[in-house]
Structures are given as structure tokens and as C-alpha cells.
Design a protein. Structure first.
Length: 564
């Protein structure tokens, strides 16, 4: 039986099922799919009025809200391509955000921007300067409903990458690839679709939130509890209540979310909750911390949570979303390898010395129709256990990248710039090649050093680990936004002992110095560039090789201490 089109629900929307939108306090507002379908048709009329038609790209600047749903599907109705834009956690219309908006409009050759009155003052001049129309989505304005036949677009989504390693790029996802990946996600995460309900706080401009937690359930009339990212940051307990007190069963989160819950939620806060219905907690978007999984599962286990509910996964925008993942009912696979064996083109070894070990969480096996290869530096496929670059071949691979004046095609295959290896068919992701350094032939990944720092640092500390070259020396910088002063030496020594040969600096910086994507991933490259250019006012509080400091960090460095 063929799966219905992503647009079919608009013709037969449910009155009984829909989306519960989080409101201030603990309130929720339920809007049925019939109500949302009518709102989408009204917004399609607004877009049609400014000339939007098949093939046009419409940028969406909306929160996790009813107007996002209306704008996304209203655009699709006309055969247009929606292009969701990122919204900062606390919108201030700053230069970086406005610069990203302007670049996105240029790269995507955007014909119109759909938004709400909240954002108009900040973006109006940028939109007009790009020759695009500004369409305000007001769900209460009484606009007429679009009544013509739906026109499925060829390109169903222009997905801007998270920008963790550089400026966001527009990934052109065909509607057929979008529908194929949604079908794969549904069959992978649930075996009782009629009983499912999804709860999410993931931003809808991000592929995990949009495709995995909105489009997939909406297309089959599954109920959704929809929060904004800020709601989760302020109160992760509110998200947990969707599973422990209501009837949510499925979700997907970035890996940082587990650590946030572990830091903010105490066992006594869960009294009265029952997590036995929770079927799938997909975890991805960045390297997954084995300790965070264990702590999260231990926290919720007394209340019915099963460790097998955690489903580590790997995916990327260029493959629409999901690439591989653990199967339902499986325990997350954790293995410990020798850090010294992470040499490009060489096999990994199991760790025999605790001073030379890295604990890795497997991201499951390739999903149906997906082939994963590990490539050596010559571009040739490597055997199992060998370290190299992950390559993905899939019918869900996007058409290519949008760029002004041309289109860069992917042709069903994408080299991910992520390092990893295969072990008994399971994918183990090491990290971004661009966020690593080579030292004595082996790779050292910022993700590994960050995990080591986190294991030593205070629970309340917020920090990011960066790698690069300073004054000709390969250097690791643990940049903390407060909270490490008393344990800087412990953190620095732990990192330095893992990465012998690197200079390790622990630096204190004002809050907001490190850059993060809206999905919770550190923007290491951009933060490094800010650091070396002097844009971050950082103070060195520990140095593994005391001596002259790099120019960007010159100044008094209290607490310097050599490794002993």
C-alpha cells in the first residue's frame, strides 16, 4: 500500500486530532487539524495575492506556533518551496541574525517572506532590499480560504543547515525525498501508529523538529504537543510531563537535551509520573554522551522508563534527515576504543588502558534503502573497523545546494565531512573532521575533549571545547562561561592527559561568548574565529604549557600550572 502524499491530510483533516501548543505557565491550546488546514488555506490566499506560484521559494520566519504550520502548508499548496529561517532564542534583531537572514534570502532566491508582526520592524528593509514581498500571517484576519486544487511542488523544502561548521547552506529537498524519509521514520520509530502521540520542543526551522516531530505526525493525524525551545530550557520537566502524565509516546531530541534534564530535574520532581508508554526517544544531532544516556535512564527508570526507549541516531539535512538509528527494543550500544587508534585509514582497537580510551555510543544500523560507506583519504571505501569519512547513499539524499546563479547537485550521494567507522554493521560517529586536529598521525576530536571536560566540570558549568592552531602550536581551548575557576586545573589536566602533545588552555569568558546553533550544537569554528580575532574577552585560568600566551589571549594568566 502506497503512503499518502504529505499534502493529502489537507483534504481530509481530522477534527478529533491536532496540535497542542504550549502557552504561558502550564497551559496548552488545542487546535484541530481541521482548524489548521483552514488556516493554511487562508495563508495560501495571502501568498497567492502577492504572486506566489509553483516553484517560488518562500522564507518562513515564525516561532513554533500555529502560524508556522499555516505558512508551511500554505506555501506547499501553491506548489511553492518553504524555506524555514532560524530564530534566535531571544530575538533582538542583532547584526549576526540579520546577516543570516539576508544571506538566506540571497542564496535561496526567495520570492517572499512569511512572518508575523513581531519581526516586521527588524526585517522589512532587508526583505525589500532583496526585492521580495513581505507577507504577514495573521490567523485572525478573516482571509478567504484558497479553494483551488493543491499543486505538489517539485522541491518540497529548502532546508538551511544548522551552521555548526560555517554559514548555513540551503539544501534543496525534493518532495519525493521528504515523503520517503517520513515513511522511513514512521516505520522505524513506532509499531503502533494508531496509538502514537509526539511531544517536541525542537525548533521547526531545524530538520529534526520539522520533519521528525511535525511533518511526520501531521501527515497521519497523530497528536502533537508542541513547545518552543525556550520552554524546554526553562522547564525540561514540562516536556517530561507530556510522557509521564499525558499520553505522548515518541520524540526526537539533540543530545544536549539529556544532559539538560540530568542537571535540572531531581527524582522527587517525577513523583506520580508513569513513563511505561514512552516508545521512542530518538537522540542525535551531535555526538552522544554515553554517561548522559545512563544518567537520564537511571533518573527515569523508577517511574517506568526503559533504557531501550533511547534510540541513538545519525542524520543530516543533505539526506533529508534520518540515515541510521538503533531499532525499537534494543539497548544503546556503547563501546570503548583506544584513542590512539583513531588514525585515518587505520582500524580502531578496543581500549586496554583507561588513560587511552574513548567511550562511544553506536548510532544504529543504516535505515532501509540507505547505504553507508567509510572512505579513506583517497576516497576509496574502507573495511569495517577502519576510521574514515562517512559517506551516505540514499533515495532521500537532497537534490543539492542552492546558490546564487547555480545549483550544486549531490546525485544521491553525500560525503558528510563527519568521521566514523562501522562495527558489525553499526555506525559509530567520531565527530566533525573540521572540528579536529591531527597529532602524531591520529585524529583528536573536540567532541571527545568536551566530553572529558564535562565529566570533571561542575554540573552547572557551561563550556565548549575548541581545537586549532595558535602561534604555530596545536591547541585545545576549554572556553567556559563561568563556573570552572575552582576546578580549572582538574579539567585542564584531564583534557591534557587525553591529548598528550596538545597545549591545553582553560579560559573564562563572559556569558554569550560561545556560539551555539538553535538545535543546541556548539558552533566551534565560528567561536574559534571569534576567539583568535580578539572578539571574545577571555582570561586564561589554566595553561598546560605556561609561557608566552597567544596574542588573542595575552595578559595576566593567574593559576597557570604545568602538567606533572
Amino acid at each position: 500500500m502506497n503512503r499518502p502524499s504529505l499534502l493529502q491530510w489537507l483534504n481530509y483533516p481530522s477534527e478529533e486530532h491536532g496540535i497542542k501548543f504550549a502557552r504561558p505557565g502550564d497551559e496548552w491550546e488545542f487546535l484541530s487539524y481541521r482548524w489548521l488546514a483552514r488556516s493554511a488555506r487562508r495563508h495560501a490566499s495571502r501568498l497567492r495575492a502577492v504572486g506566489i506560484s509553483s516553484g517560488d521559494v518562500v522564507a518562513l520566519l515564525h516561532r513554533n506556533s500555529p502560524d508556522f504550520v499555516a505558512a508551511f502548508f500554505g506555501c506547499l499548496m501553491l506548489g511553492g518551496t518553504p524555506a524555514p529561517l532560524a530564530i534566535p532564542a531571544r530575538f533582538r534583531g542583532g547584526p549576526q541574525f540579520l546577516g543570516n537572514v539576508q544571506r538566506s534570502l540571497q542564496v535561496g532566491q526567495v520570492r517572499a517572506v512569511s512572518t508575523t508582526a513581531e519581526f516586521v520592524p527588524s526585517i522589512a528593509s532587508i526583505v525589500s532590499g532583496q526585492g521580495a514581498d513581505l507577507v504577514v500571517c495573521d490567523l485572525d484576519d478573516g482571509a478567504a480560504e484558497y479553494e483551488a486544487d493543491l499543486i505538489p511542488p517539485e522541491i518540497g523544502l529548502l532546508q538551511f543547515s544548522s551552521g555548526s561548521t560555517g554559514p548555513p547552506r540551503g539544501v534543496r529537498v525534493p518532495l519525493t525525498a521528504l515523503e520517503a524519509n517520513i515513511e522511513t521514520i514512521e516505520s522505524w520509530t513506532s509499531d503502533r501508529a494508531e496509538e502514537d502521540a509526539v511531544a517536541t520542543w525542537a525548533p521547526l526551522h531545524h530538520d529534526m523538529g520539522l520533519i521528525g516531530c511535525l511533518l511526520a505526525p501531521v501527515s497521519r493525524d497523530v497528536d502533537v504537543w508542541l513547545m518552543e525551545p525556550e520552554h524546554f530550557v526553562r522547564s525540561p520537566l514540562r516536556w517530561l510531563r507530556c510522557f509521564g502524565e499525558s499520553r505522548a509516546t515518541v520524540t526526537a531530541v539533540s543530545a544536549f537535551a539529556l544532559g539538560h534534564v540530568n542537571r535540572r530535574v531531581r527524582p522527587e520532581m517525577l513523583n506520580g509520573m508513569d513513563f511505561t508508554r514512552w516508545q521512542a526517544l530518538v537522540v542525535g544531532a551531535e555526538r552522544i554522551d554515553a554517561a548522559a544516556i545512563s544518567e537520564f535512564a537511571d533518573l527515569l527508570a523508577p517511574f517506568g522508563f526503559s533504557r531501550s526507549t533511547v534510540m541513538p541516531a545519525y542524520g543530516l539535512a543533505e539526506a533529508t534527515l534520518a540515515v541510521c538509528g538503533s531499532r525499537r527494543g534494543e539497548q544503546p550500544r556503547i563501546t570503548t576504543v583506544a584513542a590512539s587508534s583513531l588514525v585515518p585509514g587505520q582500524p580502531v582497537r578496543m581500549a586496554s588502558d583507561e588513560r587511552d580510551q574513548v567511550m562511544l555510543v553506536g548510532c544504529g544500523r543504516p535505515l532501509p534503502g540507505v547505504k553507508i560507506s567509510i572512505l579513506g583519504e583517497d576516497g576509496q571505501a574502507l573495511p569495517e573497523r577502519y576510521v574514515g569519512e562517512i559517506e551516505v547513499t540514499s533515495p532521500s539524499v537532497a537534490r543539492g545546494y542552492a546558490s546564487r546563479g547555480s545549483q550544486h547537485k549531490l546525485n544521491g550521494v553525500v560525503r558528510t565531512a563527519d568521521a566514523g567507522f562501522l562495527l558489525e554493521g553499526e555506525v559509530f560517529v567520531l565527530g566533525r573532521i573540521g572540528d579536529s586536529v591531527k597529532l602524531q598521525g591520529r585524529w583528536i576530536f573536540a567532541e571527545d575533549l568536551g566530553a572529558i571536560a564535562a565529566s570533571v566540570a561542575p554540573r552547572s558549568a557551561r563550556h565548549v571545547t575548541l581545537l586549532g592552531s595558535l602561534d604555530g602550536r596545536e591547541t585545545a581551548v576549554v572556553l567556559t562561561e563561568g563556573g570552572l575557576a575552582g576546578q580549572a586545573a582538574d579539567v585542564g589536566l584531564a583534557v591534557a592527559n587525553h591529548a598528550a602533545g596538545l597545549r591545553v588552555l582553560v579560559c573564562a569568558a563572559p556569558r554569550g561568548s560561545a556560539l551555539w546553533t538553535t538545535s543546541g550544537k556548539p558552533k566551534r569554528r565560528a567561536t574559534w574565529e571569534r576567539l583568535v580575532s580578539g572578539q571574545i574577552s577571555a582570561e586564561v585560568i589554566w595553561d598546560s604549557q605556561p609561557g608566552a600566551l597567544p596574542a588573542c589571549l595575552a595578559g595576566e594568566s593567574p593559576g597557570q600550572q604545568a602538567i606533572v
